[in-house]
Design a protein around this ligand. Structure first.
Ligand SMILES: *[C@@H]1O[C@H](CO)[C@@H](O)[C@H](O)[C@H]1NC(C)=O
Ligand SMILES: *[C@@H]1O[C@H](CO)[C@@H](O)[C@H](O)[C@H]1NC(C)=O
Ligand SMILES: *[C@@H]1O[C@H](CO)[C@@H](O)[C@H](O)[C@H]1NC(C)=O
Length: 361
């Protein structure tokens, strides 16, 4: 019996899919010209004992990430996008620490001792409830008047890794600020800010010194053009010949909670969402980069869900229970349903296609 499919059903499918696409592509923009991708989101799942903090990405292969276009932070225009591809950001946690992997394509550039002639990355997290992505916290005070009282609630936490003095594959960070760090050779710094002009290394600035505040971040970097696996030392610099195509890897970890008492570190909670951003500096045409000349992954905060370990499909506290992933899954299954309808319809119309039982072959 031939399967007679009502052929208008196919067009109903088409119409619904079309309106879904239209709804998804329409977005309001605010005063600050910014149209963030509503689907941009990363999930730090509980995956203990998977990754080693060495800058290599092989151990991250099974972890899903999100591919972010990199646009200039001060002019997030599509035309000015970083043209060597997107930045993939992956995250996970092991119940104690949270781990990040940032991957971005780029020809190998390295200039020993000159951070501004090497690529560089930063992560930024919301600390205070009022802290905006735009203007790194967005406190309206000037450098003369900003302090922990006048800018209370506008704190953001920043980790910046400059690699000019950092050997690939080696571990950096994790020191006490006024302990074993050695001045200007610090490559991986833990900072906080209220706005771009009120930015300080943790435990310094108007909030004062407090020995309980440490640099809790650790990190390592790598480039896919490197050959050695036994470990680089400083004498191996520049570690590979320049101009080779490949991918830069930046890997970080930090405890979910820190001993910060001054609202200078973001605190992460399993089962909750945090707000983050990532930035990338790249020296183009041999010119050093400038502080404000960086790309970022979005023109607003990106949600990061830290999911619990127990259930397979963890429910995360967030603004909306209808998250992008389940919406997309539903859309996909609907597309699949429509395609099967269409194939069935097409097969039933093609009378020339005979049904051949296998045992007659
Ligand atoms: C913070 O800044 C405000 C405004 O400039 C000032 O009145 C206040 O005394 C400062 N507080 C501290 C603790 O420095
Ligand atoms: C913090 O410590 C540094 C280094 O010891 C010192 O130079 C600076 O004056 C101190 N700042 C405050 C506000 O105490
Ligand atoms: C550091 O913070 C603790 C707790 O707030 C306080 O008791 C201590 O006096 C602070 N130390 C300095 C040097 O400010």
């Amino acid at each position: 019996m031939p399967l007679q499919l009502p052929h208008h059903l196919f067009f109903v499918c088409l119409a619904i899919l079309g309106s879904a696409y239209f709804a998804a592509s329409h977005q309001e923009s605010g005063d600050w010209h910014c149209e963030p991708n509503e689907e941009a989101r990363i999930e730090a799942q509980f995956r203990a004992g998977i990754v080693t903090l060495d800058g290599r990405a092989d151990d991250w292969a099974d972890i899903g990430g999100f591919d972010f276009p990199l646009r200039p932070a001060l002019d997030p225009d599509e035309d000015k996008e970083y043209d060597d591809g997107k930045m993939t950001v992956k995250a996970l946690h092991d119940g104690t620490d949270v781990y990040f992997m940032l991957q971005v394509n780029g020809e190998y550039i390295y200039s020993k001792g000159d951070d501004h002639k090497c690529p560089s990355v930063a992560l930024m997290f919301q600390v205070g409830d009022s802290a905006t992505y735009h203007d790194m916290g967005g406190c309206k005070e000037s450098p003369d008047t900003c302090n922990s009282t006048s800018c209370r609630g506008y704190e953001v936490d920043i980790m910046h890794f400059s690699i000019g003095n950092s050997i690939p594959g080696r571990l950096y960070g994790g020191y006490s600020i006024y302990g074993d760090s050695n001045g200007d050779r610090i490559g991986l710094v833990d900072m906080y800010s209220w706005n771009p002009h009120c930015r300080n290394v943790d435990n310094s600035g108007p909030s004062g010194n407090n020995s309980t505040v440490l640099n809790n971040w650790k990190g390592a970097w790598w480039h896919s053009s490197f050959k050695t696996h036994s470990g680089f030392i400083e004498d191996d610099s520049p570690y590979a010949s320049s101009g080779q195509k490949g991918t830069y890897y930046f890997e970080f970890s930090r405890p979910l909670r820190t001993t910060d008492l001054l609202q200078q570190d973001a605190q992460f909670t399993i089962g909750q969402s945090s707000k983050f951003s990532a930035a990338f500096w790249y020296p183009t045409d041999g010119n050093p980069w400038h502080g404000s000349g960086h790309y970022t992954v979005s023109c607003d905060w990106v949600p990061m869900d830290i999911t619990p370990g127990s259930s397979t499909r963890a429910k995360v506290a967030s603004g909306s229970s209808w998250d992008a992933a389940s919406g997309f899954a539903l859309l996909l299954s609907f597309v699949a349903f429509c395609v099967s309808m269409f194939v069935g319809y097409w097969v039933s119309k093609s009378k020339s296609l005979p049904f051949t039982p296998i045992d007659h072959l």
